[in-house]
Design a protein around this ligand. Structure first.
Ligand code: 6PG
Length: 257
């Protein structure tokens, strides 16, 4: 697991935006379309704002009309709720971006119904298990990613594409893509910033794998690449032999598996 360590959250977001643009260009050239799944939380906000910002170089390089935005997970709340991942992405990006296609998870519905509907939607869009071009993931302080939490039965799911696990610690349902989808992506990019993530990043990054305890360790795309874009604060407890201070060098992000 190689970490690409950047000075700041802004540089992480910039590197992620460049990766998005390059993968979008390649996918549109290859398939005339680009399917990307967005994570929620706070870390990706900077990235989403960069992509739509007319003062930044990324917006005009993106084929917005040929890009299809999905979500890795959603809270069981309506789209205008402060906790909604869709609302965060809409406010940071979609509200300022050119017309594009966004498939949000219906968080306002009962979670199992929302999961079933999203799964049917994915089934209609992809013949087989969805092979998304790009997935952005975050890392929770407990090692969760998407809404796959430690010890969750969702981690054992091998058939369903979308499930609605009860998350005891949150006293709430979540709706989340499952590992069959996350591990079928062409490129998975983790965005991890801030000192609060240093301890969990060290655990996730350790050679001792325990994906039931640290679900982010279960992310290992069959035919895709995983990139970890982190800032110095998050990487401060990680051994330096597995991090490369690549700065803004994004060529490494596109290395094939
Ligand atoms: C969510 C996310 C979740 C997130 C992590 C990290 O719905 O919250 O999809 O997996 O990526 O919790 O969140 P932060 O970026 O806010 O630290």
């Amino acid at each position: 697991m190689e970490l690409k360590v950047f000075e700041s959250p802004e540089e992480v977001a910039r590197a992620a935006a460049q990766h998005f643009v390059e993968l979008c260009r390649d996918a549109v050239a290859r398939n005339n379309g680009f399917a990307v799944a967005l994570s929620g939380g706070s870390t990706p906000k900077l990235l989403y704002a960069l992509l739509a910002d007319p003062k930044e170089p990324f917006r005009d390089q993106i084929a917005w009309k040929k890009t299809f935005f999905l979500f890795t997970d959603e809270r069981n709340v309506p789209p205008d709720h402060p906790d909604s991942n869709y609302r965060m992405a809409h406010e940071a990006m979609f509200a300022h971006a050119p017309r594009t296609t966004v498939a949000r998870i219906s968080g306002e519905k009962p979670a199992d119904q929302a999961a079933e509907e999203y799964e049917h939607f994915l089934g209609d869009m992809f013949e087989e298990t969805p092979d998304l071009d790009l997935i952005f993931l975050g890392l929770g302080e407990d090692g969760h990613t998407a809404s796959l939490f430690p010890h969750s039965p969702a981690l054992k799911e091998t058939e369903r594409l979308v499930v609605a696990p009860w998350v005891e610690k949150l006293n709430a349902y979540r709706i989340t893509l499952t590992l069959p989808v996350l591990n079928n992506a062409n490129s998975v990019v983790f965005l991890v910033t801030g000192t609060s993530k240093a301890a969990v990043l060290r655990e996730v990054n350790s050679p001792n794998k325990n994906p039931d305890l640290y679900p982010a360790q279960a992310i290992s795309p069959t035919n895709g690449a995983v990139s970890w874009l982190v800032d110095k604060a998050a990487a401060r407890l990680c051994s330096h032999n597995n991090s490369s201070n690549t700065g803004a060098d994004n060529d490494l992000l596109n290395k094939n598996p």
